[in-house]
Design a protein around this ligand. Structure first.
Ligand SMILES: Cc1cc2nc3c(=O)[nH]c(=O)nc-3n(C[C@H](O)[C@H](O)[C@H](O)COP(=O)(O)OP(=O)(O)OC[C@H]3O[C@@H](n4cnc5c(N)ncnc54)[C@H](O)[C@@H]3O)c2cc1C
Length: 512
């Protein structure tokens, strides 16, 4: 069935984008949501997200501006859409709304080698962008695990972080200038004013609520000439955290410093090196795979184990505290070697066992594998999600313990520590659970999120590090932003007077 779309709106849209418009059910279904696991659970519970009225694919900033002007006049909500890899519901459709897919804004406008900046349109896909830079001997240094399925504009809109953020910074550190279409249909450049306030930061992380980003000027770097890989078996998690802190506070900038907690170490170890605690798990998997029974057995065993999360989490706490620390140092050959050697000094002093290059190389080879694994667990009748938070060094272990305790009765929880900075780092929790039916599964999922967010707020942690807020953290935005929500309300009124840009995302409308 084709959606009933007001005649005036349909004519207006067609005038702007011609046949680059769809109202067909498959397109509207595909664009009803991003990769927020809650939407998947809603679907399983027979309550799928509402579909948008239509989807359009503009090819220029002028077309985007005309679309926004039309929607403001007709009071039609807009959801900007990059590649839909967001995991917080930021791009989930708004009923009666229009999805503007920006992927056809995909030109590189300028590569300025003297200034080391590149201007790229917002819809350029991440991995293709990095490969294009590579051909010029350059890198952005931004490698989110979702690089294959996310856009440059989506990175900026969601305040993304790549795997090498300890060396290159997060996306907000890379932006020089933005071209944005605000809710009044005007095309603005953020850097034109100059001096005083930094208007880039207004739109970075605004998740489509203040404007549609159509082009981004980014700082780039020369490709690293050399890399040094290393893995360390840390005697305790605390020892590993201290090595990471010392490294960053000494002014060193390894590209990757990533430590897995004991249970994550067990799972990673089964892929990586056979030395860090997971060798037996890896062998068992290989034998089962040979008999062809791995999938059935794995599904049944996973469901059964996840049905008793408290017991499972308790058993895990009895594991040896050993944690795998993986590092990648890069730059000139001298810099890569010196960084690696300096980390080695801290690690050996902390009683670590040197596992050689292999864990680092294995991590590099599998760095994007995560992107396509989620659906298998859902097929087994389980759910899985991730929850990334951040805090200062002194707060890391208390926050880690508090979140684990808060959700232990609901889900199996594990974590790794990455995105390391002189002041602190992020904790990336993965949790998985199950329940008797999809309705109960959704309730458990929502309880888990609420408890994890409550625990983070209570400990003064940041409730997100790089996934954004979307709908998933909306319930706790007032608790963390307090009165600053009034500034957001004022900005919203100034940038989006008709209130059409991604309404209800970041903050619930009634909270403003
Ligand atoms: C397996 C997996 C791994 C991931 N790993 C990482 C990771 O390592 N680091 C990380 O930071 N994130 C990660 N993410 C999350 C996600 O990829 C990022 O949030 C990414 O930045 C989203 O980009 P996108 O183009 O897909 O945006 P979308 O999902 O389409 O949109 C994200 C939000 O931004 C808005 N938006 C999109 N484009 C624009 C635009 N041009 N102008 C204005 N608003 C816009 C949307 O309305 C929405 O609110 C991961 C996701 C998955 C599924």
């Amino acid at each position: 069935m084709v959606t009933p779309i007001p005649r005036g709106l349909m004519d207006g849209l067609t005038d702007i984008v011609g046949d680059r418009l769809s109202t067909t059910p498959p397109d509207r279904t595909a664009y009803a949501r991003d990769l927020w696991p809650r939407s998947q659970l809603d679907r399983l519970a027979g309550d799928p997200p509402e579909r948008p009225l239509a989807v359009v694919w503009p090819t220029s900033v002028e077309e985007v501006a005309a679309l926004v002007t039309l929607c403001a006049r007709e009071r039609v909500p807009i959801v900007p859409f990059g590649a839909g890899s967001g995991v917080c519901g930021g791009a989930r459709a708004v009923p009666g709304g229009l999805v503007i897919d920006l992927k056809r804004l995909k030109r590189i406008r300028r590569i300025d080698r003297a200034a080391m900046v590149v201007e790229v349109e917002a819809g350029f896909m991440g991995e293709r962008f990095e490969r294009t830079l590579e051909r010029h001997g350059l890198t952005l240094g931004h490698f989110p695990s979702s690089i294959l399925c996310s856009t440059v504009g989506g990175w900026v809109a969601a305040r993304s972080a790549g795997q090498c953020s300890s060396r290159y910074g997060k996306i907000e550190d890379m932006v020089v200038d933005l071209e944005v279409v605000t809710g009044d249909g005007r095309i603005r450049r953020t850097s034109q004013a100059g001096g005083g306030l930094d208007w880039n930061q207004l739109f970075i992380g605004s998740e489509g609520t203040l404007g549609l980003i159509t082009a981004v000027t980014l700082r780039v770097h020369r490709q690293p000439e050399a890399r040094a890989f290393r893995g360390w078996r840390m005697p305790t998690m605390a020892a590993g955290l201290d090595v990471m802190r010392q490294t960053m506070q000494a002014g060193l900038r390894p590209a990757v410093m990533r430590m897995y907690d004991p249970v994550d170490t067990l799972l990673v170890g089964s892929k990586d090196d056979g030395k860090s605690g997971g060798g037996q798990l890896g062998k068992l998997k290989a034998i089962l795979a040979g008999t062809g029974q791995l999938d059935d057995l794995k599904q049944a065993a996973t469901r059964r184990a996840l049905a008793a999360p408290r017991l499972l989490n308790f058993a895990i706490r009895q594991l040896p505290e050993t944690s795998l620390l993986v590092t990648v140092s890069e730059g000139s050959p001298g810099e890569a070697r010196q960084t690696d050697e300096a980390i080695a000094e801290y690690a050996l002093a902390a009683g670590a066992l040197d596992l050689g290059e292999r864990p680092g190389r294995a991590w590099m080879a599998h760095r994007y594998d995560v992107s396509y694994k989620q659906s298998k667990l859902y097929r087994s009748g389980c759910f899985v999600d991730t929850f990334e938070v951040a805090t200062t060094w002194a707060g890391i272990e208390p926050l880690y313990d508090a979140v684990r305790r808060a959700v232990a009765a609901e889900v199996l929880v594990m974590a790794h520590f990455s995105h390391v900075y002189p002041g602190g780092c992020s904790i990336y929790f993965t949790f998985a659970g199950t329940a008797r039916d999809p309705g109960r599964m959704r309730q458990r999922y929502l309880r888990t999120w609420r408890e994890a967010l409550d625990a983070t707020v209570a400990r003064g942690g940041a409730i997100a590090h790089h996934h954004g807020a979307g709908l998933s953290r909306r319930s706790h935005m007032v608790a963390t932003h307090g009165e600053a929500r009034r500034y957001f309300a004022a900005l919203k009124a100034a940038c989006d007077p008709a209130g059409i840009l991604n309404p209800g995302k970041l903050f619930a409308e009634e909270a403003l």
